[in-house]
Design a protein around this ligand. Structure first.
Ligand SMILES: NC(=O)c1ccc[n+]([C@@H]2O[C@H](COP(=O)([O-])OP(=O)(O)OC[C@H]3O[C@@H](n4cnc5c(N)ncnc54)[C@H](O)[C@@H]3O)[C@@H](O)[C@H]2O)c1
Length: 256
């Protein structure tokens, strides 16, 4: 019940890691604002968490400033504070080589994966500053360090998320706001499993089996790391990028 008096905001909460985070934080006593584009999906995440009184679903596009302003206002009106923001919403791109990617396709991925975390942080930070405390966790990727986990837009956006994490740490760490990133490897969610959110996705299963862990990451494992980083035991952890990848980045025998 570590989070009993805490308010947690999770974006991209309608599936995958975000859905697991909603359950994890509610199980640890938090009130959780579950944000996603499709209201029914985030409502289902709250229902699956098993304590509906503790969760509230909100429909929001994290790339749309007016949506973000509205939803943060609604959460603060409802619960009066925001202790934890998890910028988890994200999309893959088409894996096309850069010279064939349309500007619209590039901008959509950057808008969701990079501008989204910026906007959410921008409008949550004033509340955290008023509280004198808060923590932001950005879900980055192995694509924050290396190429080939997507196309140019995905890789650039995830490198950018790490840069945003470090800059926010610099600007707000001494003001009580801890900011960190989590960099998952191949995780068994709708995004990464074959037949998932983009038709261009390569089959990662054989690469997964060649990592030291020889299996997919479970979304619940990312959710538990998120809860650790959000909690008091991580009070000294600022500006870090936590890799959770079964050893892929260090000792892969196959690239993405
Ligand atoms: N699955 C992996 O292997 C993997 C690896 C590294 C990083 N990641 C990152 O983890 C995060 C979670 O992804 P996941 O694997 O759980 O996939 P997922 O597709 O299940 O979840 C992503 C969620 O974000 C939501 N979303 C997309 N655009 C949005 C928008 N504009 N506004 C609000 N919500 C939006 C989607 O509806 C979806 O529910 C993403 O940022 C992704 O880039 C995933």
């Amino acid at each position: 019940m570590e989070f009993a008096d805490k308010v947690v905001v999770v974006t991209g909460a309608g599936s995958g890691m975000g859905r697991a985070m909603v359950s994890e934080f509610i199980a640890r006593g938090a009130r959780v604002a579950a944000l996603g584009r499709t209201l029914e999906k985030v409502e289902e995440s709250v229902r699956l968490a098993g304590d509906p009184e503790k969760g509230k679903a909100f429909s929001v596009n994290v790339a749309t400033e007016s949506d973000v302003v509205r939803v943060i206002d609604e959460i603060i009106a409802l619960w009066g504070r925001v202790d934890v923001l998890v910028n988890n919403a994200g999309v893959l791109d088409s894996y096309e080589p850069a010279h064939t990617v349309s500007l619209d396709a590039w901008q959509e991925v950057i808008a969701i994966n990079l501008t989204g975390p910026f906007l959410m942080s921008k409008y949550v930070i004033p509340q955290m500053l008023e509280q004198g405390k808060g923590t932001i966790i950005n879900i980055a990727s192995l694509s924050s360090f290396s190429a080939a986990g997507g196309g140019s837009a995905y890789t650039a956006s995830k490198h950018g998320v790490l840069g945003l994490t470090r800059q926010l740490c610099f600007e707000y760490g001494a003001k009580g706001i801890r900011v960190n990133a989590i960099c998952p490897g191949a995780t068994a969610t709708p995004m990464a499993l074959h037949g998932g959110t983009t038709e261009a996705l390569p089959d990662m299963a054989s690469g997964v089996m060649k990592t030291p862990a020889q299996r997919w990451c479970k979304p619940e494992e990312v959710a538990r790391l998120t809860a650790f980083l959000a909690g008091g035991d991580a009070d000294f952890v600022h500006g870090s990028a936590f890799v959770i990848d079964g050893g892929w980045l260090t000792a892969a025998r196959e690239a993405f």
